[in-house]
Structure formats: C-alpha cells, structure tokens
Design a protein around this ligand. Structure first.
Ligand code: COA
Length: 185
C-alpha cells in the first residue's frame, strides 16, 4: 500500500475567495519541491516569506474575478491538493491558440494519480465555454512536466524565455489546436 492509498478519490470545483490561503500555501509548497534545480535557489528560498502577500493576492483575485476559471482538486482529508488556472493567452499567442492553461500545481504526494489530467480537462472545457478553440501552455524547458503535456496530446509550438528570480530561463510553448477534440465533455 502506498501512502496516497489513504486518500479518497479527488473531487473538483471552482475556487472560492475562502480558498485563497490554501491556494497560496499549495502554490509555494509545490514550487519549492518541483522547481528545485530549475529555478534560482535564492528565489525558491524566499518564497515562504511571500506567503502573506500571496494569500492577499489570491483573495483579491478570487474576489474580483469570480468568473476566472480556477479549478481546484480536493481529497479527503487533506482538502485542496492542487489547482489549475486558465484564461485568455498572455502575450502574442500563435493564431488559433487564444486560450491558455496559465498554471497547474499539485502537491507532490498527489501527483501521478490522474488529478492533473482532470484539472486540465476542466480548464479546457471552461475555455471552450468562453469561446476558445485552441490552448497553449508555457513550461520551463527543464521541467519534466513537459512530458505530462505531451501525454495529453500537446505539440511543441516554439521556444521563449521568461525571467524568474532575475534569471532568464528557456520555456517551451506547447499547444492544442482543437481542445474540444482532446478534452471531451
Ligand atoms: C505536472 C503535473 C500537473 C501533472 O499532474 P499529475 O496528476 O501528476 O499527472 P497525471 O497523473 O494526470 O498524468 C497524466 C499522464 O502524464 C504522465 N506524467 C505526469 N507527470 C509526468 C512526469 N513528470 N514525467 C513523465 N510523465 C508524466 C503520466 O504518467 C500520465 O501518463 P499516461 O496517460 O500514460 O498514464 C503535476 O505533476 C505537478 O503539479 N507538477 C509540479 C508543478 C509543475 O511542474 N506544474 C507545471 C508547470 S508548467
């Protein structure tokens, strides 16, 4: 029996303002583990000091943009164990890829159980409901999560750079041209 067997199946819903503190905590915890060796260590080490500020930002975001599709996954008894955010693609996305999976974070002990796949499907469905046909996701090229997107049918569209903690890092832009096809209702 693995430790994750002691958790029940995940349930999914849209985030509420009351989830702000937990989302900030999940975000920081996942970043500190998943991005070790990828993002600058000084920046990762500074994340716990940003907790209060990040809680306030989440509260503001969830209170003022309640229609933004922030999907959360919960398991009993842990509560929220991950979330995914979608919206209009930032920057200048390729034509036909106007939706974006902006972020997805799952606590380490809840990864590889299909929760990420379901969160992406839910974000994709809400983007379809908002009129988007294609969706991109930006992933640091050194992040093994890129294989996750490939497993979900995304294809690499190009390379970009992003500034994190004062360093320029390479990111790969992946995309699904027809999300309805890849993420059925
Ligand atoms: C990336 C992430 C969201 C994936 O979620 P998950 O719930 O672990 O993934 P799933 O269990 O739904 O996996 C779906 C498929 O992707 C594969 N996969 C998932 N993570 C993988 C990895 N790191 N390496 C290789 N394959 C992976 C699974 O094996 C599965 O393949 P299958 O369809 O053949 O069975 C999660 O691992 C995570 O939060 N990682 C840390 C934060 C992060 O890097 N986020 C992405 C930022 S761009």
């Amino acid at each position: 029996m693995t430790p994750t067997d002691s958790y029940g199946p995940a349930t999914y819903r849209l985030a509420l303002p009351a989830d702000a503190n937990r989302l900030a905590e999940v975000h920081i915890r996942v970043l500190m583990v998943a991005y070790r060796g990828i993002d600058p260590q000084d920046w990762l080490d500074s994340l716990p000091q940003q907790l209060e500020e990040r809680r306030a930002r989440w509260k503001d975001r969830l209170s003022t943009h309640p229609d933004d599709p922030v999907q959360v996954a919960e398991v009993d008894p842990a509560g929220i164990v991950g979330y995914a955010v979608g919206g209009r693609a930032r920057g200048e996305p390729p034509i036909g890829f106007e939706g974006e999976l902006i972020s997805i974070y799952l606590l380490p002990e809840h990864q590889r159980r299909g929760i990420g796949r379901e969160l992406v499907r839910r974000v994709a469905r809400s983007l379809i409901a908002s009129g988007f046909q294609g969706m991109i996701v930006r992933v640091l090229s050194a992040n093994p999560a890129r294989i996750f997107y490939e497993r979900l049918g995304a294809r690499a569209l190009g390379i970009d750079t992003v500034s994190i903690g004062g360093q320029e890092l390479e990111e790969t832009v992946y995309g699904w041209s027809n999300i309805d096809l890849f993420f059925p209702p």
